[in-house]
Write a protein that binds this ligand. Structure first.
Ligand code: NAD
Length: 498
């Protein structure tokens, strides 16, 4: 029987008493790596009670001490980088190098959490009235819940709990049921780094467990990353329960290619950005918008894409791995067919992809459509596979109009040699993260991850300066200290400070 994954509740890795277990499979082989529990109501209630109790003492721990926990954690994550990436690669299907990148981008957020003090600083104004000073403090709220997707099982949990906990909160993580081994390992290492009991809890499950986090009155806020429909559901449900909530959701990211861009750079960058991680990145480029004569490069993009070979997680030659499940593969097949039916030209078809030695993998070969129009499903839906839609327009204004009419707004990029075109694009485009000759502009953690439009619900974004705002409440103090000056003029009956 496959190993059964424990949950991390009240400072211990414990076996669930549930009767419901879900298989976690290697997407290249379908081998069952472990079974993940669907948490019971009692286990979830226990996690909340423990996190609530831990908050009472954790919020009193000095800020530098909280930072030191993050420093130790950062060191351990770096030391065990390969081990985490090995687990991650097997359960996601990512290549080992890409899996290391997933861990690394999370480590960078832990580094930011280790430097939390400046981000928690309030403001002071002396003499807001005669001998009265005002100042503000940032204080933690209590227990936060985090819900994460399958496609970054290290980076996205690490976007959340280190920042929340460094701010003085406690945290309950509900990772994706598809790849829960990596988050469990992250929790194990957090414990090894010295995290006190109850500060972090990991419960497993699916929709019911997510709804529990959105509903429970002792959970003060919810961070979510995942698809648009689930993101909208979580946003509505948590807000309906009067919680603070941030939902990072799905995307359709465009790359604009100007005719003055260096062609070789364009081709090399577009391929990695569309097919890397089998296209299963929320910042993957799924639409290439060729402006004017740049359209002549489409055949060369096709040839370069055709040379990409997917393969298993431990194949150093593999360009990317399988998609996460057979259902995801079948959905992508369906979308490719819908593209053909709608009249798009299928320049490269990855539907019948096989990888020698891995007959059961969820493979999709690199796929390229041209003649794509905005009404087509392949343009409107997030495909989340190694499928690129090429579109052509006459001018940069046309490209901007097209992209601004798309409801998503996670990321975009422009490739050009013109500073003027780049400046116009960054100013006029209604997308929250813009790359100039950088295909996937995921910000480093001293900035925030600033998706817009249909890719984000909430107002404070992940990590950067927004995270401490999301994970704290601001308190404003107005203070006066008396001396021996006698009271004159009678009581102040006005609201104005004197
Ligand atoms: P998903 O929405 O299916 O799952 C996300 C989480 O929600 C999981 O923990 C899952 O267990 C839970 N969930 C699933 N169905 C639910 C339901 N009906 N009710 C309540 N909870 C439910 O997403 P996924 O397939 O794991 O991840 C891929 C998606 O995440 C893509 O759309 C991608 O663009 C998006 N994503 C966005 C960002 C971002 O920062 N904007 C980053 C990574 C991934």
């Amino acid at each position: 029987m496959a190993e059964r994954l424990p949950q991390y509740i009240d400072g211990a890795f414990v076996q669930s008493t549930t009767t419901e277990w879900l298989p976690v499979r290697n997407p290249a082989t379908q081998e069952i790596l472990c079974e993940v529990p669907v948490a019971t109501d009692e286990e979830m209630a226990q996690a909340v009670a423990s996190a609530k109790a831990a908050f009472a003492s954790w919020k009193e721990v000095a800020v530098p001490e909280r930072s030191r926990l993050m420093l130790r954690y950062q060191a351990l994550l770096k030391e065990r980088h390969d081990e985490i990436a090995t687990v991650l690669a097997q359960e996601t299907g990512k290549t080992f190098e890409d899996a290391k990148g997933d861990v690394w981008r999370g480590i960078e957020v832990v580094e930011q959490a280790a430097n939390i003090a400046p981000l928690l600083m309030g403001e002071t104004v002396e003499n807001v009235a005669r001998r009265i000073d005002s100042y503000s403090l940032r204080q933690p709220l209590g227990v936060f819940g985090g819900i994460t997707p399958f496609n970054f099982p290290a980076m996205i949990p690490l976007w959340m709990f280190p920042m929340a906990i460094a701010c003085g909160n406690t945290f309950i993580l509900k990772p994706s049921e598809r790849d829960p081994m990596t988050p469990n390992l992250l929790a194990k290492l957090f414990e090894e780094a010295g995290a006190p009991k109850g500060v972090l809890q990991v419960i497993h499950g699916t929709a019911k467990q997510v709804n529990f986090l959105c509903d429970h009155p002792d959970i003060k806020g919810v961070s979510f990353v995942g698809s648009v429909p689930v993101g909208q559901h979580v946003y509505r449900r948590a807000a309906e329960n009067l919680k603070r909530v941030q939902c990072m959701a799905g995307a359709k990211n465009h790359m604009v290619i100007m005719p003055d861009a260096p062609k070789d750079q364009v081709i090399s960058n577009i391929i990695g950005a569309s097919c890397g991680a089998a296209g299963q990145r929320c910042m993957a480029i799924s639409v290439a918008v060729f402006v004017g004569e740049a359209a002549e490069w489409i055949p060369e993009v096709r040839d370069a894409m055709a040379a990409l070979k997917p393969g298993a997680w431990d194949d150093p030659e593999a360009a990317y791995g399988p998609v996460i499940t057979p259902q995801a593969r079948d959905r992508i097949h369906g979308l490719i067919q819908r593209g053909v039916d709608a009249g798009a030209t299928l320049l490269l078809d990855g539907s019948d992809c096989t990888v020698p030695g891995f007959p059961d993998g969820n493979w999709i070969g690199p796929t390229l459509f041209s003649d794509v129009t905005p009404e087509m499903d392949i343009y409107k839906e997030e495909i989340f596979g190694p499928v690129l839609c090429a579109m052509t327009v006459d001018t940069l204004d046309d490209a901007i109009r097209l992209i601004n009419e798309n409801p998503y707004g996670n990321g975009t990029s422009i490739f050009t040699s013109s500073g003027g075109a780049a400046r116009k694009y960054q100013h006029e485009i209604d997308v929250g993260q813009v790359g100039i000759n950088v295909p996937i502009p995921v910000p480093l953690p001293f900035f925030s991850f600033t998706g817009w439009g249909g890719s984000f619900y909430g107002d404070q974004h992940a990590y950067g300066k927004d995270a401490p705002r999301f994970y704290t409440e601001i308190k404003t103090i107005t203070a006066r200290w008396f001396d021996d000056t006698p009271v004159t003029g009678g009581p102040n009956m006005s609201i104005a400070l004197k």
